[in-house]
Design a protein around this ligand. Structure first.
Ligand code: ATP
Length: 877
């Protein structure tokens, strides 16, 4: 259908839409079933469980193992001894490993999928006369959709109402200019897409103004659906850390492979059986190559996002979680984020002097007229600033409802943070017209030629203007948010352009109180303790902003503030210097936010920034961590953000930073554990070869250690609770995961594990095997290698002494330890397992020696931590 050639009414009729009530719920449901969801088809699609399981076998290491199993079968077959046990066990281990990988991957994917649903776009539609917010995917043709600044256009539609509604649809039309939409015009059939000004297109968004559309096409039927028949919307899902770790893993893998090749050659030179050496080298490669590194990061990140969502933060982009913990400056909006957004009018004054009762009523009448409130179930409802003004009028006996009925709104220029004012048009009782403007006093003052003084109007000369400014300043200094009202009378209905906001009569001002959020003060304190600088950004007057910032502790003695106008006068260099010191930015327009973010980044900071409006989107994108408001935020702001704060609260950002630090710590812990264990395994075998000993571990034993002792504790470490002191240290500065002593710790502790296992083998071989086959020595080495890693996992819990806080505080780790120990004991004591693993039952003395060695990592690493701390202290001094 060529909807743009039809009158709005015809379109509504054709689609069965009631102008005042929209569709019925039942009809909407029927259409949804018939036409399908309003979504674009994606290529790729979801991978099912079997596919994911099979994908695990693509791993190089797994293929290597399967190759080894095949070689082993071939050799046994060649020898004709029917010894297929090795191959069977390798298969069991491979399948088990793949199962574990599948489960972990599914869990991570589920967590991420749930997040995606939480942050899916929504739309306001009229159904059965009620405005409801529904997922955009459930919008159907014929729906009446309400559009306002910052909304995504979720489907193609015919505009049926437009109040200065401008849209940006470059994604579909290629036309980057904002287009003003009109509902009354119709266009010829051959009008190009970008010129059909009575249509809106899915994929665009509303820049300013508001309007309504009747949906004409959804999903793949829309113009974007047609352009890109199969859109691959899957973003690059790997985070920088994952990529870096994958690269590190590959590098370490190559190193491990080289060592394995070296071990193989050494074994051959030492005239060990080639087949045994082959299997040992392959198993060692499998055990030692850290192929699980990127996977473990995925799991920790995914589980971390789940934890964040429980604390009111929805993660939209995974990399932000890594950056989150490193935030150095948090730039926050004031209204609603740092304050409660519960406005109450505390003062009403005239322009030049205080107002008597009559003038007060007149001023409040103007505020009530120019108000975006509405009646809902007999009560006033609306955005807090609007509501406070309407309620103040009501308290003085002026009924906004009656006013709206007597003088209905005939036109408007909507409020925006950039303009800081709004205007409405009404018919007067005398048959003329009046425009009423309300907004920030400074913005109105310069547009007024007259001022009301009692009943009469006086010229608004510079003397009177400075008086008005003084009054504005006095209220602002009391932390009040000030809004002024002005009007202009017309004989004829004026065109609603910004021209109507000139030559007005200044009526008066109202000062509103908006108390700070209680939890914000504590959050600010926590920020400072954690070395993070909180910064307030607001559209309010600088004095209001400073007063509130001081109450909250954001502005301390000696701290500075800056206005949007001052900011505009600075070049990049000067701004970067000034921004590094400034705690309050006042009277800023949304466009200034991008400059603030960039200036702070230029000064070397990692910046978190909040935002809610459509114009905040560029700043949210530019920030290292863009946080959109879940409640008051527009869809565009949410779409541009990394995180969504579901409660619009500053304290939530601080909690998120704390969680972010915890998640990063946990990744470090898991990587620390995995790598030190792997190095331990390599050194055990390598050490024995260099010393010319027998192989201290059988291939099967190596694989078992890799499976049992490596993966479970690593995942458990990813679930560590956030360390208590994590907000007592400054943000991490280091760029690499391995800096800050992690690299050397890994090496030292790997060496420790290797030496303990070798020691166990040595003791067993010399004292108990007495030069025999080495079964006891091997069993002891096997047990020590595996158990010492399980014990060592506890060392990872903190960089401080394990005993400083509850050593068993992570139930997952305790569980992993118990399960691992039980399995390990089973592998040694059960006769059936002894056959498989080539182990021997240990007697009391042997167990005692084994346990002593297995628990040795505890005191050794405690000592290492102590030494590091001491060295850190002396370095600091
Ligand atoms: P923040 O960025 O902290 O949320 P804000 O919401 O106070 O700041 P703006 O919305 O830009 O910032 O408001 C700036 C000024 O605009 C206010 O100080 C007030 O004078 C005026 N103002 C705010 N809301 C309205 C409104 N609904 N109608 C008219 N003027 C308003």
């Amino acid at each position: 259908m060529e909807w743009w050639t039809m009158e709005a009414k015809e379109v509504r009729q054709a689609l069965g839409t009631d102008q005042a009530r929209g569709l019925t719920r039942q009809e909407a449901k029927r259409r949804l079933e018939e036409m399908g969801r309003n979504e674009l088809a994606q290529s790729g699609g979801k991978r099912n469980l079997l596919f994911r399981f099979l994908a695990q076998f693509q791993d190089f290491m797994i293929l290597l193992l399967l190759g080894a199993a095949a070689v082993s079968v071939l050799l046994s077959w060649h020898r004709g001894d029917g010894e297929y046990l090795d191959a069977v066990i390798i298969m069991v281990i491979v399948v088990f490993n793949a199962l574990l990988g599948t489960i972990q991957e599914s869990k991570a994917e589920k967590a991420l999928e749930a997040l995606k649903n939480m942050s899916a776009p929504t739309a306001s539609v009229l159904r059965e006369g009620q405005v409801c917010r529904i997922p955009a995917a459930e919008v159907v043709p014929g729906d009446l959709v309400l559009l306002s600044a910052g909304d995504y256009i979720c489907a193609d539609g015919r505009v049926v109402e437009s109040n200065g509604m401008k849209t940006e649809e470059s994604a579909v039309t290629g036309e980057s200019m904002a287009v003003e939409k009109e509902s009354d015009r119709i266009f010829p059939a051959d009008t190009p897409l970008g010129d059909r000004k009575n249509m809106v297109l899915s994929g665009g968004y509303v820049l300013s103004g508001r309007g309504r559309m009747v949906v004409t096409a959804t999903g793949m039927e829309t113009e974007v659906g047609r352009i890109a028949h199969l859109l691959s919307q899957q973003e690059d899902s790997e985070t920088p850390l994952q990529k870096k770790l994958a690269r590190t893993g590959q590098l370490l893998g190559v190193g491990a492979l080289a060592i394995c090749a070296f071990i193989f050659c050494l074994g051959i030179l030492q005239q060990k059986p080639p087949f045994q050496m082959f299997m040992t080298s392959v198993s060692l490669a499998v055990a030692a190559i850290p192929e699980g590194l990127p996977a473990i990061v995925t799991i920790v990140l995914a589980l971390g996002t789940q934890r964040l969502s429980k604390r009111n933060t929805i993660v939209r982009r995974l990399p932000a979680v890594e950056t989150l913990g490193g935030a150095e400056v948090i730039c926050s909006d004031k209204t609603g984020t740092l304050t409660q957004n519960r406005m109450q009018v505390k003062m009403v004054t005239g322009g030049t002097k205080g107002a008597d009762q009559k003038q007060k009523e007149r001023i409040l009448t103007f505020f009530a007229l120019c108000s975006d409130c509405r009646m809902e179930k007999g009560k006033l409802a609306g955005e807090p600033t609007e509501l406070a003004l309407a309620e103040a009028a009501l308290a003085e006996g002026i009924s906004p409802e009656e006013l709206w009925r007597e003088m209905p709104r005939e036109g408007e220029i909507p409020f925006s943070s950039a303009r800081k004012r709004m205007t409405t048009l009404h018919r007067t009782e005398e048959g003329g017209w009046i425009t009423v403007t309300k907004g920030a006093p400074e913005y109105l003052l310069e547009r007024c030629d007259y001022v009301m003084e009692g009943d009469r109007q006086a010229a608004f000369d510079s003397g009177r203007k400075s008086k008005a400014q003084l009054q504005n300043g006095e209220m602002a200094a009391k932390a009040l948010r000030v809004v002024a009202a002005a009007f202009r009378l017309w004989d004829r209905k004026p065109e609603m352009t910004e021209e109507v906001e000139r030559h007005m009569v200044f009526a008066g001002m109202a000062g509103m109180e908006d108390p700070p959020r209680k939890e914000a003060m504590e959050a600010v304190r926590l920020c400072r303790q954690a070395g993070i600088r909180p910064v307030m950004i607001t559209g309010d007057h600088v004095l209001t902003a400073e007063a509130v910032a001081s109450q909250l502790g954001i502005l301390e003695k000696g701290g500075s503030s800056m206005t949007g106008a001052q900011l505009e006068a600075m070049d990049e260099e000067a701004l970067a210097k000034a921004a590094a010191e400034c705690s309050v930015f006042a009277r800023v327009a949304p466009e200034h936010k991008v400059r603030i973010v960039k200036a702070l980044q230029k000064a070397g900071y990692v910046v978190a920034m909040t935002g809610d409006g459509v114009n905040d989107a560029p700043a949210l994108k530019a920030a290292d961590i863009g946080c959109a408001m879940g409640k008051s935020g527009t869809e565009v702001a949410k779409g541009a953000s990394d995180l969504i704060l579901t409660d619009d609260n500053f304290a939530t950002i601080v909690t998120a930073v704390e969680e972010g630090r915890g998640i990063y710590d946990n990744i470090r812990k898991a990587v620390h554990f995995l790598l030190s264990s792997n190095i331990g395994e390599i050194l055990t075998i390598l050490g024995a070869m260099v010393l010319g000993w027998q192989t201290p571990l059988l291939p099967i034993q190596l694989l078992w250690v890799n499976l049992v002792t490596d993966s479970l504790p690593a995942v458990a470490l990813g679930l560590e609770p956030v360390e208590k002191d994590c907000m007592c240290r400054p943000p991490r500065k280091e760029k690499s995961l391995f800096s800050g002593g992690l690299g050397s710790s890994i090496l030292v502790e790997g060496l420790m594990i290797g030496m303990l296992a070798l020691l166990a083998f040595g003791i067993g071989y010399v004292y108990f095997d007495r030069g025999g086959e080495g079964t006891v020595g091997r069993t002891m080495a096997f047990a020590v290698l595996s158990l010492s890693q399980l014990v060592h996992a506890f060392n990872m819990r903190s960089e401080h002494s394990l005993f400083r806080e509850r050593p068993l505080g992570n139930p997952w780790l305790v569980g992993a330890f118990l399960a691992g120990t039980l399995l390990q004991c089973g592998a040694i004591t059960l006769p059936f397992c002894q056959k498989i693993f080539g182990t021997a039952a240990l007697d009391g003395t042997q167990w005692l020696a084994t346990l002593a060695l297995a628990f040795a990592p505890l005191p050794i690493v405690e000592l290492e931590k102590l030494l590091r701390k001491k060295r850190g202290k002396t370095e600091a001094e």
